[in-house]
Design a protein around this ligand. Structure first.
Ligand code: 13P
Length: 364
């Protein structure tokens, strides 16, 4: 086997390792607030709000300007490009505001999911062209980490070898380009929850997806200590009508899939919420952390819907509700911070927190 020249300098490795470790510090996780303009349409429209740049800014301002206690539980925020360059009412750039609160700014780099022609509805994710220059610019402007989301669908004939290979490779290329530019890549190969499959099939597919992913990261010399994985939890399909599964069943299936495929060099796993209700996402994370077994990585959250849903509906587009909306976000963050150490006592299960946030074929 050929030998390779140094992929990253020692200094770059140290920098990436310390960013990744700070993101998954004990009891902390990520707020995924990187909905694209199209996804924000789906969030704002039910509130009767127009999807304007200003309304998107006002909403993100609510997320970022709450009580400083938030940074006890939220280590990083992922932003869409537009949000990354927006400012608060008093002209403070969001990036500066977050840094002052000791929250690490992150950027969504992918440019969305596109079909792989000839497959059974499978997809890859675009955005590699010009990516190195974009990474360099975002790093200069204050980003320390990045996200790139790919998706797989479970059906009788998917995921296929071609989709597994393509998605793993595009994630590895993205991760390599990020690291060259000092950004910690969050690698997100999401297995969608759509389908009638049971827990065992979800577990097997997740294992296969992760095995392809880490083979590609190895082939591309990606420095695993300076990466984070953002997977789905292993859950039965949303349309599954057979057995009911407990939080402990989901925890066992999820940790087992990770044990079989994710190298111990990876510092942390930051789960997406994937349409689970806020309360389920918290309870499943808690069960995962309470599960007794080998877990060489931090296991925490990078939730979008499961951190924002109650906050968004409490706000409802009305200025007089802003303080209450900030309070409910803090409550969810606190609950997930506790779950990230396996110490959630189940005391935040009120109101909308139990409502399913599932959307078929979810785009981001
Ligand atoms: P959800 O937690 O809403 O699934 O989204 C997280 C995310 O960032 C998906 O890419």
């Amino acid at each position: 086997m050929a030998s390779y020249s140094q992929y990253l300098s020692k200094e770059k490795e140290d920098e990436l390792r310390s960013i990744a470790q700070a993101i998954v510090a004990s009891g902390k996780g990520i707020l995924a607030a990187d909905e694209s303009t199209g996804s924000m349409e789906k969030r704002l429209q039910p509130l009767g709000l127009e999807n304007t740049e200003e309304n998107r800014r006002v909403y993100r301002q609510i997320l970022f300007t709450g009580n400083d206690e938030l940074s006890n539980y939220i280590s990083g925020v992922i932003m869409f490009e537009e949000t990354f360059y927006q400012k608060t009412d008093d002209g403070t750039p969001f990036v500066e505001l977050l840094k002052k609160k000791n929250i690490i700014p992150g950027i969504k780099l992918d440019k969305g999911v596109v079909p792989i022609a000839g497959t059974l509805g499978e997809a890859t994710t675009q955005g590699l062209d010009g990516l190195s220059a974009r990474c360099a610019q975002f790093k200069k402007d204050g980003a320390q980490f990045a996200k790139w989301r790919c998706v797989h669908k479970i059906s009788s004939h998917t995921p296929s070898h071609v989709a597994l290979l393509e998605v793993a490779n595009v994630l590895a290329r993205y991760a390599s380009i990020c690291q060259q530019n000092g950004l910690v890549p969050i690698v997100e190969p999401e297995v969608l929850p759509d389908g009638e499959h049971d827990l065992a099939r979800a577990q097997k597919v997740t294992e296969v997806v992760l095995a392809y992913t880490y083979k590609a990261l190895s082939d591309h010399h990606v420095f695993l200590e300076g990466t984070l994985l953002k997977p789905n939890m292993v859950t039965p399909g949303q349309q599954h009508s057979g057995s009911k599964y407990s939080h402990e069943d989901i925890a066992r299936a999820t940790v087992t899939a990770l044990q079989r495929t994710v190298p111990a060099a990876v510092p942390g796993v930051v789960f997406l919420s994937g349409g689970q209700s806020e309360e389920d996402a918290t309870k499943n994370l808690n069960a995962i952390n309470a599960f007794q077994g080998k877990k060489p990585w931090a296991l925490t959250f990078s939730y979008g819907r499961a951190l924002q849903a109650s906050c968004l509906s409490t706000w409802g587009g009305k200025p007089e509700n802003i303080d209450a909306a900030k309070e409910i976000l803090l409550k969810r963050a606190r609950a997930n911070g506790a779950a990230a150490t396996g110490k959630y006592s189940g005391d935040s299960a009120d109101g909308a927190a139990g409502q399913s946030l599932y959307v078929a074929n979810h785009a981001y």
